[in-house]
Design a protein around this ligand. Structure first.
Ligand code: FAD
Length: 415
């Protein structure tokens, strides 16, 4: 990818941000916080006031929160909002984007279009099949929960587990169907997911592993031959089906624009979150970036990345970010009465160390590379998360024996 230098800009230039989710909104806010006085336009395809997504699978779904709109006064910040407007193309040579409402010129463009959930092929038009990405999705699913429907969740990932938690709390019968032989197979090793299997049963949700969906018809889900824990062909009654099988960067509209995309569709950004064409940045779920810390390109689909990345983008627009974007990634999940948090990034070769008994309510797993923590996962041990995150950030080596003792604070396990 090109390493072009973008010269400092006078602040009267027009910054156009595409995507009014967390990353787009935070970019606009960070620009103002850092002193940018030029025009800022935030364009979003959804008609709603910009809102936060994590509550969608939690409080909004359960109806304990009305919505999750950001508490930001865009008018007083001088940010022009154009909502319900989808951007359809980029003509970088003209410094223009095309929208459903006509072209918009930019001096600096920020791509923040997030991610789009994967669908289960062939089920897109089947009634009762849902995704969970938008406020509209959450409102529709809230009605499903209120009617206490029989629900089948496809995918035992983060979203599937959170939805199952909410659906059980609402009194629905819940079956979770997972093609892999364990939950969160793409994110965590088998040793760590093993204790999580029991969380489903404990909350009255049936988890079917190694179970591949062969088809969905109105009112039922068909599993592939030999699928499921019983090894028999199964058919599951389902008033509603929720598909949570992952998401991909929402960048289809950039194909052919000249912007470099990874094979998975993420905008290939550099360490200041600049895209491959001049005056274009990319941030949040739609962009990958080179991690100096972990020595590989990262694509992070979590909230904290959509909060931190915009600060680098704003600083670079205002005259060049002094520091590269090189975060310790962080996320949390609330599932089955537990607060699960993860910071860092681990590889299969890293040493896995347990702190505490996974049969208990609270425990921690630490990943070490030559005695330096590179990642930490905590289940209802927030102090371990906070201390572990700092050790990871500072690359502080620990004594593995002390770090494995849950009665020793992690910060006291340093060498
Ligand atoms: P998005 O939030 O997806 O925003 C992108 C916006 O761009 C969207 O509004 C979209 O409509 C718009 N857009 C897309 N294409 C166009 C276009 N062509 N023209 C105009 N607008 C466009 N993370 C955690 O760390 N913890 C959690 O507990 C957690 N819970 C989550 C629960 C749910 C249900 C979901 C869906 C995500 C959750 N996340 C969580 C992830 C987190 O919300 C995302 O990482 C974050 O929202 C990413 O922000 P973003 O702005 O990059 O993308």
């Amino acid at each position: 990818m090109s390493e072009q230098k973008q010269t400092p800009r006078p602040t009267a230039r027009h910054v156009v941000i595409v995507g009014a989710g967390m990353a787009g909104v935070q970019t606009a806010v960070a620009l103002r916080e850092q002193g940018f006085t030029g025009p800022v336009t935030l364009i979003g395809a959804e008609p709603h006031q910009p809102y936060d997504r994590p509550p969608l699978s939690k409080a909004v779904l359960l109806g304990t929160a009305e919505g999750s709109a950001f508490d930001i006064d865009f008018d007083s910040l001088g940010i022009t909002l154009r909502l319900g407007v989808a951007v359809t193309g980029l003509r970088a040579a003209d410094h223009e984007i095309d929208t459903e409402a006509g072209p918009v010129g930019y001096d600096t463009l920020v791509l923040a279009t997030g991610a789009r959930p994967l669908t289960l092929p062939g089920t897109e038009d089947v009634p009762g099949v849902h995704l969970l990405r938008t406020l509209d999705d959450a409102v529709r699913l809230g009605e499903v929960l209120a009617r206490r429907h029989d629900v089948v969740v496809v995918g035992a990932g983060w979203i599937g587990a959170e939805f199952a938690t909410a659906a059980r709390a609402a009194g629905c019968a819940v079956t979770v169907v997972e093609a892999a032989d364990r939950p969160l197979a793409g994110a965590l090793p088998a040793e760590v997911t093993a204790p999580m299997v029991g969380w489903y049963a404990e909350h009255g949700a049936e988890l079917r592993l190694s179970a591949r969906v062969a088809g969905v018809e109105k009112g039922r889900v068909l599993l592939a031959e030999g699928a499921g824990n019983s090894g028999e062909r199964a058919e599951l009654p389902a008033d509603a089906v929720v598909v949570g099988i992952g998401a991909r960067p929402d960048t289809g509209w950039l194909v052919g624009s000249g912007i470099a995309l990874d094979p998975g569709g993420a905008v290939t950004a550099d360490d200041r979150l600049r895209a491959s064409l001049p005056d274009v940045y990319a941030v949040g779920d739609c962009a990958s970036f080179p991690s100096g810390r972990y020595g590989e390109r990262l694509l992070v689909h979590h909230w904290d990345n959509a909060l931190q990345g915009p600060r680098t983008v704003a600083a670079d627009i205002l005259g060049g970010a002094a520091e590269p974007y090189d975060p310790v990634p962080y996320f949390w999940s609330e599932q089955f009465g537990r607060f699960v948090q993860y910071a860092g990034h681990h590889a299969a070769a890293d040493t896995l160390l347990w702190r505490g008994d996974p049969a208990e309510e609270a425990w921690t797993v630490l990943w070490l590379r030559e005695e330096v923590p590179v990642a930490v996962l905590t289940v209802s041990r927030p102090r371990d998360l906070a201390q572990g995150r700092r050790l990871i950030e500072r690359r502080t080596p620990v004594d593995p024996a002390r770090a494995a003792d849950p009665s020793v604070p992690l910060k006291a396990a340093v060498r």
